[in-house]
Each structure stands twice: as structure tokens, then as C-alpha cells.
Design a protein. Structure first.
Length: 233
């Protein structure tokens, strides 16, 4: 319902960003970004580690490899980084989510090695001879197929609990609106005006939860979702 209200007010809600976000919601220009702590699997210790890493680089992370070099990977584990990739928190850094997901293990390994060398005072070959122009090339991301829109939306729902950049029903918006009776009815805005009446509303099954009744019978609780809210039946 909050997402639908924001859309009606023309306020854009965006995924988190590792370079601009704090733990809570953040105003970023003309949009509001989810906070890093809203990502499933990313706790406040992980958020503190990300912010500390940003301060150490004195600016912004340039890519996933740079992130893994300067962020404490004991505080931000693999699952947390994977969730940040899935929700779009690295989208501004160039590579698409499928490529970053495929490179994650390699990025963590190289990042840990680079961080260990930096702490021990070791320099790479070019740094040792003072040749500032001959810097080693950044690792390349695997050449893999980008995720489909359906995969991107599923990943957002999995990590944030909501669809952020779009919704699976958006492509059917005109058809659903024309078939909805009474006109304007939505799951998130059901009221007494429809009590005792038949209604038509286009929606999707967002979840199924099997339960047992007191009599021992099986029953299913289904979560229905449209573009404006959800309801259990």
C-alpha cells in the first residue's frame, strides 16, 4: 500500500545502493532508497562494515571487487553480499546482477588477498617502482546472460519482501483495469462498500501456506496480490 501511495504521488522508490545508503531509508535526489538494513541477510553489523569501507576508500566503491577488498568480509558474509546483488544495491557500479553473482566467489577471494596484503604493508610490482601510470587492470566480470525481468523481480521480492523496480502484473495493467468490477476496486483498498457483492479483481498468487484446522483437516491459506496490496484467503 505504501508503494502504491508513493506511485500515485509520483515519488520514486528505488532499491538500496552500497555507495549512498545508510541503514534506514535514504533520500537520494528526487527518489527514496530502501535502507541497507532492509535487505534480508544484512544486519546492522554488516551495514556498519559497509559504511566503514566507504570511509576508508574516501569516496565510493568502484565495483564488486573493490567492495570486497575494503569491506570486512567477516561482518558481511557471502549470503549478505549475494542478497545485496539480488536487490540491486550494486547496480550503479556497472556490471549486471547475473555477472556479479557469477563473479562473487572470485571477488571475495581476490578481495581478501588484497586486503591482507594491504594490512601487511606489501605493495604490488607497479607501486613498488613508483610507476603510477602502469596500474594493474581491474578483474573482468564473467560473460554471462543477464537475468530476465522475471528473475530480477523474483530476486527483489526474495531479498526486500517487495517488488521495487516493477511488478509482474504491470504488463497486464490495462487488461486488469478494464476487467475489474466494480471499477477501481483493489485488494489493498477493500472496504464495506463491496460487502455482500461479487467483485472481479485481477491478481496473482504470491504465497501458499498449508495449515491444519482444529479438527485435523488440511487447509491452505493463499496470499493474493494485485498492484495495490494483498489479502489472505
Amino acid at each position: 500500500q505504501y508503494m502504491a501511495d508513493a506511485a500515485r504521488m509520483k515519488i520514486k522508490i528505488a532499491p538500496p545502493d552500497v555507495n549512498t545508503c545508510q541503514a534506514d531509508f535514504t533520500v537520494d535526489g528526487e527518489q527514496v532508497r530502501f535502507g541497507l538494513a532492509a535487505v534480508k541477510g544484512v544486519g546492522h553489523k554488516a551495514v556498519d562494515a559497509i559504511i566503514a569501507g566507504r570511509q576508508e576508500v574516501e569516496g565510493a566503491f568502484t565495483d564488486l571487487y573493490h567492495f570486497c577488498e575494503y569491506v570486512n568480509l567477516r561482518a558481511v558474509n557471502r549470503g549478505g553480499i549475494e542478497a545485496l546483488i539480488k536487490c540491486g544495491a550494486f547496480d550503479a557500479l556497472g556490471a549486471h546482477r547475473a555477472a556479479m553473482s557469477a563473479a562473487l566467489d572470485d571477488a571475495m577471494r581476490l578481495g581478501q588477498t588484497a586486503a591482507s596484503n594491504r594490512r601487511s604493508g606489501q605493495m604490488n610490482f607497479f607501486e613498488a617502482f613508483g610507476d603510477g601510470d602502469a596500474t594493474p587492470q581491474a578483474p573482468r566480470f564473467p560473460d554471462v546472460e543477464p537475468w530476465s525481468e522475471a528473475q530480477l523481480l523474483t530476486a527483489e521480492k526474495e531479498t526486500l519482501g517487495l517488488y521495487i523496480t516493477s511488478h509482474p502484473l504491470v504488463r497486464y495493467g490495462w487488461e486488469l483495469d478494464s476487467l475489474t468490477q466494480p471499477h477501481g476496486f483493489a485488494l489493498g483498498r477493500a472496504d464495506d462498500a463491496t460487502e455482500g457483492r461479487n467483485v472481479n479483481v485481477g491478481c496473482m498468487i504470491a504465497g501458499i501456506r498449508p495449515v491444519m484446522t482444529r479438527k485435523g483437516d488440511k487447509m491452505g491459506i493463499i496470499t493474493l496480490e494485485d498492484l495495490h496490496g494483498s489479502v489472505e484467503v
